[in-house]
Design a protein around this ligand. Sequence first.
Ligand code: C2E
Ligand code: CA
Ligand code: CA
Ligand code: CA
Length: 290
Amino acid sequence: DADHAMYCTKQQGRQGYTVFNHQLRINQADQLALESELRRALEVDDQLQPYFQPFIDARSGELVGFESLVRWLHPVRGLISPALFLPVAEESGLITRVDRYMINAACRQLRQWLDENRVSRDIALHINLSSANFHDPELVSWMRGIIEAYQLPAAILHLEITESALIDVPEIAATVMHALHELGVKLALDDFGTGYSALSYLHRYRFDVLKIDQSFVFDVDRKEESAAIVRAILALAQALGLDVVAEGVETAAQLSRLQEMGCAKLQGYYFSAPMLAHAIDWERLARFVQ
Ligand code: C2E
Ligand code: CA
Ligand code: CA
Ligand code: CA
């Protein structure tokens, strides 16, 4: 039925899923249903799953990192995109639990990859962190516990924070980010260039990595304005000593343009969609190394 289709997704294509309609609003009844189902998903079983998308060194083609991205495999509704359930998680206050679930799941996977020698200790594992976490006074000690429990080199862990996450809580965010840095964890500024005061954030907070938003990458090979913005971001990052990842690379033309411009790291469907750990084709990833 239509209501069902509204937030239900179906298996399709390289991405693994297709969202029927991003724009449709979820009505209140659906919202309540989803909320209680999400509560259950957090408690009972493996409905929430970490997908991983690689990013690669633009020069050597070497695998340099993964970003973990949450998926909800609902027993009835099917695979639900984060674009649909994260707003529900945010409004219901469940988002910090989703994030902790994902941090734990991603770190457990990293431990396994290290043990299996799949990845080296210079790899980066990026995990998304929503702004609600800045209100959680336990976050930093919990993070320390995770790092100890899985015996991880903290510098592998990169928390991705969007510009919009910093708007609400500028002071607390600065304190928490400082404490995370003290743990040895790295911080990445996500969706760079799309917020209201990107430059002031760079001035105010210490980030280690900038992620160039996919909206600039989209037509970087066809539109001089986009190319100019990407070049400016790369120059800025270099001047500030920040690492850069361009996201949303889908075509060979975007790839070669970004390589010419000297963008260090690249992520996108051109290389791989996000996927479950067991579905990762390590040999194919190794073939990116030229
Ligand atoms: P994001 O962090 O900006 O992640 C990038 C999004 O672009 C992901 O969508 C990814 O699957 C998609 N993507 C990757 N490569 C390409 C490409 O080449 N072309 C295009 N068009 N898209 C590409 P996804 O997985 O649906 O996630 C959407 C957003 O949900 C993420 O945007 C992030 O803000 C949020 N999110 C995902 N997982 C988590 C999580 O565990 N915690 C939190 N707090 N947020 C999460
Ligand atoms: Ca991200
Ligand atoms: Ca992003
Ligand atoms: Ca985004």
